[in-house]
Ligand binder design. Structure first.
Ligand code: CMC
Length: 377
């Protein structure tokens, strides 16, 4: 069956899914039919993960059990920590995260993905342990000891604790939790698709998540949040923002944190994150990076007139993490900590009616070439 070739599979559905939906014309994102604005206002990251995985909001008792299951599986086996100690400390945290997640699968080797009980515990472990790995790596590479999770702390509060051994300001915890909600899921993006391709071979969920982490790392996907902050730092002052944007576009270079395959208007997550920036800076003092970002957005808006290129989720998120004192190269691992719930929701959904991904290609090479012996080439 011949088909037109669509570079990047743009506009080609790769799955039927009820996990989330994007209306790119109106700038609407829903998880299981509920708008993300509503979830940020009223839900928590962990409640949202339940919604994504199981398709409905939990009852009070179901939520308590879910939170407890996650809290009790945050610890890492000492061998995983030992393994991370062997990695080069200048290595990127996304690589350390990918290596540790792949290794986790060797400690929990449930290969039979038709065992739904085992799948439940794999999902719990992955959601619970990713923050512990990220925080552990952030400390180990500086030569510090890792900090064990505290069962009585909430998900986001515990992450800050494992990172810094201090209790974070409650406002930071709330804002960070909203950031995790906003990064938890986003339809058929590159990392989700990668995970689903791996999952379609019936590989175990640790391998699925490790492959998704690899896809998320690139600067055209999750890696853009790190690049945005680097770009804003490079610009340095507000008065240089407009000329930087002009020069980038004149030289046909991409502005990081702008553009999206699906959104034709400003990404709703960027709008919410911008609001979170303002709430944070009202309490904790301004951020020069934010002031520069506003100028970049304004000038880009003028120059992109008529082109559907607007700020995406990665444009404002890093500015928040930067203000919270989090290292720039941890931004994408934090994205992964949140997105793991979306990856797992799609994995569980696909398992119900799995079909091996095996697309076609349009062959553009030659046929019937003679083999030329080595001494005649
Ligand atoms: N800066 C400048 N021009 C852009 C940008 C940008 N960031 N994004 C798109 N364009 C232009 C592009 O040059 C092209 O123009 P023309 O038609 O004149 O050649 C047009 O818009 C279409 O761009 P494209 O790259 O073909 O579109 P795409 O759907 O393949 O790309 C994208 C989507 C996200 C890869 C792209 O917008 C991009 O590279 N953005 C910068 C990296 C980034 O911020 N990534 C995060 C994506 S959202 C969150 C996530 O996935 O993690």
């Amino acid at each position: 069956m011949p088909h037109d070739f669509m570079p990047g599979l743009a506009g080609i559905p790769a799955a039927k899914s009820a996990v989330s939906d994007v209306d790119g014309e109106r700038g609407v994102l829903e998880y299981r039919g509920i708008r993300v604005e509503e979830l940020c206002k009223r839900s928590s990251y962990l409640e949202t993960t339940y919604l994504l995985l199981f398709g409905h909001l939990p009852t009070r008792s179901a939520l308590e059990r879910w939170e407890q299951d996650i809290a009790l599986h945050r610890r890492l086996k000492y061998s995983i920590i030992d393994l991370m100690k062997c990695l080069p400390e200048q290595g990127h945290p996304m690589d350390a995260l990918q290596a540790a997640v792949a290794a986790l699968g060797m400690f929990y080797p449930g290969r039979n993905v038709t065992d739904m009980e085992n799948n439940y515990w794999s999902a719990v472990r992955l959601i619970a342990k990713l923050p512990t790995i990220v925080a552990a790596w952030a400390r180990l590479r500086r030569g510090d000891d890792t900090i064990a999770p505290r069962d009585e702390l909430g998900f986001s509060e515990n992450f800050f604790y494992m990172l810094t051994e201090t209790t974070a300001h409650p406002l930071w915890v709330d804002i960070f939790d909203d950031c995790l909600i906003l990064h938890a899921e986003h339809t058929m993006n590159a990392s989700t698709f990668t995970g689903l391709v791996t999952a379609s071979t019936l590989a175990d969920p640790y391998t699925v998540v490790a492959s998704s982490i690899g896809a998320l790392k690139g600067p055209l996907h999750g890696g853009a949040n790190e690049e945005v902050v680097e770009m804003l730092k490079k610009i340095g002052t507000e008065d240089r923002a407009a000329s930087y944007v002009e020069e980038q576009l004149r030289n046909k270079r991409k502005l990081m944190g702008f553009g999206h395959r699906v959104y034709k208007v400003k990404d709703p997550r960027a709008t919410i994150l911008q609001g979170l920036c303002e709430t944070l800076f009202q309490t904790c003092g301004t951020s020069q990076l934010y002031d520069i970002a506003l100028r970049v957005e304004r000038r880009a808006g003028e120059l992109f007139k008529g082109k559907a290129v607007h700020p995406n989720v990665d444009f404002y998120s890093g500015i928040i993490y930067e203000k919270m004192g989090i290292d720039t190269d941890l931004f994408t691992p934090i994205f992964a900590m949140a997105r793991v719930s979306g990856w797992l929701a799609h994995w569980l959904e696909q398992l119900r009616e799995n079909k091996l991904f095996r697309p076609d290609q349009i062959y553009a090479g030659e046929h019937d070439r003679p083999y030329v012996p080595l001494d005649q080439r």
